[in-house]
Design a protein around this ligand. Sequence first.
Ligand SMILES: Nc1ncnc2c1ncn2[C@@H]1O[C@H](COP(=O)(O)OP(=O)(O)OP(=O)(O)O)[C@@H](O)[C@H]1O
Length: 241
Amino acid sequence: MLILENVSKAYYGCDKKAVDSLNLDVHEGEIFGFLGPNGSGKTTTVKIITGILKPDNGKVLVNGYDVIKEPLKAKEKMGYVPDNPDIFNKLTGLEFLRFISDIYKVDSKIRKSNIEKYGKIIEIYDALNMKIESYSHGMKQKLLILGALIHEPDLLIMDEPVIGLDTKAIKNLKEIMRSLSKQGRTVFITTHIMQIAEEICDRIAIIKNGRILYTGTINDLKIKKDDKKDLEEIFLEMTES
Ligand SMILES: Nc1ncnc2c1ncn2[C@@H]1O[C@H](COP(=O)(O)OP(=O)(O)OP(=O)(O)O)[C@@H](O)[C@H]1O
């Protein structure tokens, strides 16, 4: 569903590559966790996958479409939740969702039904007539998640989606991710929180200094690391050395 082939990127003026020769193959229907310490290249990778940044080398294929060469086809069935929820402050939540729906040409019945369904699960539905500028950080995050779900994406990319969410919202988001995965949809999330990765991710990749150190299941990683039980301990050992 999502393939990265030898993707590299250095920011202008920086000698060091933010991401360096990344290869990933994220399978259809899986929940894939992209883990790494601060500054390891997670957001840069997400921005390359979503076509916001152009890689210096390599390519990204979404459902077989090259994100650079066929951006509309690649992004048609992609949903994206950025790590920074500061957007469109002067719109109401509903106006923002209508705007997103128009971009993706979502049928009005599907739009209304998904806004109600996911809006109620995420618990933002009752605030949709308020201006976004009056939302808390967590409410903005919820709105962005709802906006990414409205066109029923086959690939949902979320950059640190649980930051700013309360316990119940995190639980509800995990249920949404599991339900998308059951429907054969693919979820790609970045997270710092090992517990989230353990609870929901089918496979993970660990990135440090722009390079992938491990790709596979958490169980296989634990076996590889002498049957250590604690993912956090393994993660720290791998990323701090
Ligand atoms: N706009 C930019 N200009 C120059 N360097 C950048 C820019 N954005 C990120 N970087 C650098 O690229 C590297 C990777 O950053 P990135 O934001 O991808 O990491 P991250 O893993 O998402 O970090 P965090 O967990 O802190 O969000 C870091 O060294 C960072 O300083």
